[in-house]
Design a protein around this ligand. Structure first.
Ligand code: C2E
Ligand code: CA
Ligand code: CA
Length: 596
């Protein structure tokens, strides 16, 4: 290694000192960040502008220095947007902000950012706020108006086009007669609310920014991306009319592929790692006569993707509008309420070891007079949204105990009913439930109530009395979708909980992820020690059974064991079994479990 002569080091130090001194008297506020957004350096004007000293910011990571510098909201957003965008943009860009300088005087700044790449592949970002108040004032009115217009077309958090900016561009494309070569993709983040609730808004914002950069990376120059609102994004793809469909298909799979891995987010120095789910609805300009209609079509396709859990969905004109879907659900619901009964299916919960059925989960199966089945999640969601879920839960309880064939629960078998927290907490529901069970001559020990872990954790205090009351009669309580909510776990100690239903997503992850497997193993261990039943949901393949065996999990539920079916399938003649073999899901029954 060659050493640098002492005088060269000294010269270098002096030059640097002079350089820094020169930058310190510049009016522009300058700050330099590392590629990972660590604070490296800033000049005096930046200190004035932010009201902090360089020494306090040096080496701090983004969250820390962001917290330390006092910036007005829109300046902060702009800076954040720049930092987020820089990694992809890799070039100089500028835009304007209006803020106060350190004396409190309203000024106009031009923001500039430069991306500097060094020979050793390290990179840094130079952020410059140029005070252009005088220049701005000298602009004529029209130019100022243009500038403001431009500013109002961007979302401050992600720097993507906002609704206004998107509509303007889409209108332009349609007015230029290019709609046949246009595809619009409506992207909606799955369970964004629960990300916000679980990890906090900081992480929520990071998720939105990560998505915006992934979407930007998935498109080419002519295409553009915008954020409509909240967790809704639009991707607009422009191409030859003949190719637009295949291009849209490849963009959508690029987006979904980029999401098919875990990303790390950070809050107060704690890392969180998770996958982001997204549903895409794709519509084409050729099927719409206005921007409004095009957006509606894409929204509709997205809604269809969500409700069929299919990740992406291409619009076709036969899709029902959300309003029509709501009307349809309302009609079917009204018909069930006036008949006083609602259909349900039963899905066996099976001991993998012995192939014996240990119980059945009851799943609501609303159906129209002409045989269209409404997915349970849609139906429940609709009534939850309208605030009338209790009436559905009551109708199901009534239908179940009116119609249940007692043969179903022979031996020690139980029936497991999904109930919403709202219903359980409502006055008089417990006595209605107990009366219904009693009148059907089912004994209380054969009844399990499933309540989701998240709902349980949220409503613990109001649920405590109810679950204790029900448990005192022998009714058991299972926590549903366990392992995906915010497990506080302490309630397992002092509340009467009798079982955990492990959500299929945790089970699926445990197949390839060591941490998920350890987590699941620890659930097995503590459920054993706390004497809780443990059921894994979503068992779909032969291999899943082996995985269950390895994890010492016996009770399971899933299409591999049996799909949900009408109760007749599980009692009496085996004829019904043969007949149900024509149902596509019932191929799983080629592996029948024992019924007695
Ligand atoms: P859940 O309680 O988690 O019910 C399990 C869901 O997973 C059911 O969907 C079931 O059909 C489905 N499933 C069963 N085996 C498999 C499998 O191997 N793979 C996959 N991917 N899915 C499987 P379903 O019947 O559409 O119900 C959806 C949700 O609707 C339920 O989720 C539950 O939260 C709610 N729900 C259903 N019936 C009722 C009800 O009567 N009352 C209330 N309040 N909610 C209900
Ligand atoms: Ca359930
Ligand atoms: Ca579940």
């Amino acid at each position: 290694m060659t050493s640098i002569p002492g005088n060269a080091v000294e010269t270098l130090r002096q030059t640097l000192g002079q350089f820094q001194a020169a930058l310190s008297v510049v009016d522009d506020a300058i700050a330099i960040f590392s590629h990972s957004n660590k604070f490296l350096w800033c000049n005096k004007s930046f200190e004035d502008f932010t009201g902090t000293s360089r020494m306090m910011l040096l080496g701090k990571n983004r969250e820390e220095w962001m917290q330390q510098i006092g910036l007005e909201e829109d300046v902060r957003c702009k800076l954040e947007a720049f930092l987020n965008e820089e990694a992809e943009r890799q070039s100089k860009d500028n835009s304007f902000i209006f803020s106060r300088d350190h004396r409190g005087i309203r000024c106009t700044y031009m923001v500039e950012s430069h991306y500097v790449a060094y020979k050793d592949d390290s990179k840094s970002l130079v952020f410059i706020l140029k005070n252009i108040t005088d220049k701005y004032k000298a602009l004529d009115l029209q130019k100022r108006a243009d500038l403001l217009e431009k500013l109002s077309e961007r979302c401050p958090l992600t720097a993507l086009l906002n609704r206004r900016g998107l509509e303007k561009r889409l209108n332009y494309i349609l007015s230029e007669g290019m709609k046949d070569g246009l595809a619009l993709m409506f992207c909606d983040v799955d369970k964004f609310k629960s990300i916000n609730d679980t990890y906090g808004h900081d992480v929520g914002d990071q998720v939105l920014r990560r998505i915006s950069s992934l979407l930007r990376q998935s498109i080419r120059g002519e295409d553009f991306v915008g954020r409509l609102a909240g967790d809704e994004f639009l991707v607009c793809i422009v191409n030859q009319p003949r190719q637009i469909e295949s291009v849209a298909r490849s963009v959508s799979s690029r987006i979904l592929n980029s999401l098919a891995k875990k990303y790390t987010f950070n809050r107060r120095n704690e890392d969180f790692e998770f996958e982001i789910g997204m549903s895409l609805g794709i519509a084409f300009g050729r099927d719409a006569s206005s921007v409004d209609q095009l957006m509606r079509n894409a929204d509709l396709a997205m809604y269809q993707a969500k409700s069929t859990k299919s990740m992406s969905y291409f619009y076709d004109s036969k899709l029902m509008a959300k309003n029509d879907v709501d009307d349809f659900i309302r009609q079917v619901s009204d018909a069930h309420f006036s008949s006083g009964l609602i259909p349900f299916h039963l899905q066996p919960i099976v001991s993998v070891e012995s192939s014996e059925v240990v119980g059945y989960e009851v799943l609501v199966r609303p159906i129209s007079s002409d045989g269209v089945l409404i997915p349970a999640g849609e139906f429940i969601g609709f009534h939850e949204e309208k605030g009338v879920i209790e009436s559905v839960d009551r109708l199901l309880v009534k239908s179940l105990f009116n119609q249940l064939n007692l043969e179903i629960i022979s031996g020690d078998r139980f029936i497991s009913i999904n109930l919403s927290a709202i219903t359980l907490c409502s006055e008089k529901f417990s006595s209605f439930l107990l009366d219904s069970i009693r009148s059907s001559q089912v004994s209380f020990e054969h009844v399990v109530i499933e309540i989701t872990e998240t709902a349980f954790a949220r409503n613990q205090s109001s649920l405590r009395a109810v679950v204790e009351y029900l448990a005192s009669y022998g009714v058991r309580i299972y926590l549903d979708d366990f392992g995906v909510g915010q497990a506080g776990l302490a309630y397992l100690i002092d509340l009467p909980i009798h079982g955990l239903k492990i959500d299929s997503s945790l089970f699926n992850r445990s197949k390839e992820n060591d941490k998920a497997r350890s987590l699941l193993s620890s659930f097995v261990l503590f459920s054993d020690q706390l004497d809780l039943d443990l059921i894994v949901e979503g068992v779909e393949q032969e291999l899943d059974l082996i995985h269950l065996h390895d994890l010492h999990i016996d009770w399971a539920q899933g299409y591999k064991l049996s799909p949900p079916m009408p109760q007749e399938a599980f009692c009496g003649s085996s004829d019904f079994f043969d007949r149900t073999l024509c149902c596509p899901l019932s191929e799983t029954l080629r592996n029948p479990f024992r019924l007695s």
